[in-house]
Write a protein that binds this ligand. Structure first.
Ligand code: FES
Length: 243
């Protein structure tokens, strides 16, 4: 459906510098890796913001997001009981029927957001969770529940390995790698996978206007030509997409 629905904020907490976790009331179902378009303002002048699904619980849907501009700044000010509008779930998530065996989930910064719901749904597998941050570590504590091993890196060295998350990864150990984070990081992960023949799925981020495949504002280059991150993505097989 391409209709925005109104819903109420249940809670909205700052969990790290510039990072918030918001729960929105209601009944939701989605494929892990899909996202919602969110808005909390009048029709103009702002676009809606694509925010990935962090978790779905009995209390509603959780969004973990970084404040990066006017839109997310407005989200960060929402209080319990405030109203916002959502469209979704949109996009294609991860194909968790095929992703099995030894699985590495590799995230950088706010790229951690979609992977809570994703890891929750990976079955009959060993999941190694690699999380990289600049300095402050967040959300890893409760995500541990769904990971067999947690490997943390920080650029500052405040927690775990000092350096980049990819320095800890040996792609040849895995049947599948799932990655979300800054493009340069995902590019390295994709290339590491290609070298050893391990399929890598990347979840891309893009500026979006419509979120439903209509405006072509979010295209990326793939083997099949230009595809829309909001419609054919946000999850792509790494070897199919140019980063
Ligand atoms: Fe409009 Fe993707 S945001 S086509």
């Amino acid at each position: 459906s391409s209709k925005y629905l109104k819903a109420k904020v249940a809670s909205n907490e700052k969990i790290a510098e510039g990072i918030y976790r918001m729960v929105v009331e209601g009944d939701y179902s989605a494929n892990p890796g899909q996202f919602y378009m969110l808005r909390a303002w009048g029709v103009e002048p702002f676009l809606s913001r694509p925010i990935s699904i962090h978790g779905i619980t009995d209390a509603g849907i959780e969004f973990l997001y970084e404040v990066r501009g006017t839109g997310t700044e407005i989200f960060s000010k929402l209080k319990a009981g405030d109203e916002l509008e959502l469209l979704g779930p949109v996009g294609n998530g991860f194909d968790l029927e095929t992703i099995k065996g030894k699985v590495a989930v590799v995230v950088g910064g706010i790229g951690i957001a979609p992977m809570y719901e994703v890891m929750k749904h990976i079955k009959d597998s060993t999941v190694d969770f690699y999380a990289g941050f600049r300095d402050e570590v967040y959300s890893v504590d409760y995500m541990k529940e769904y990971a067999d091993n947690v490997i943390i890196s920080t650029e500052s060295g405040s927690v775990g390995h000092k350096g980049y998350v990819v320095e800890q990864l040996d792609a040849s150990k895995y049947d599948y790698i799932l990655s979300c984070g800054p493009t340069p990081m995902m590019k390295v992960v994709k290339e590491m996978g290609e070298k050893v023949g391990t399929p890598v799925y990347v979840s891309l981020e893009s500026h979006m206007a419509c979120g439903v495949g209509a405006c072509l504002g979010c295209t990326c280059n793939t083997k099949k030509g230009k595809e829309r991150v909001c419609k054919e993505g946000p999850v792509f097989l790494g070897e199919d997409v140019s980063l």
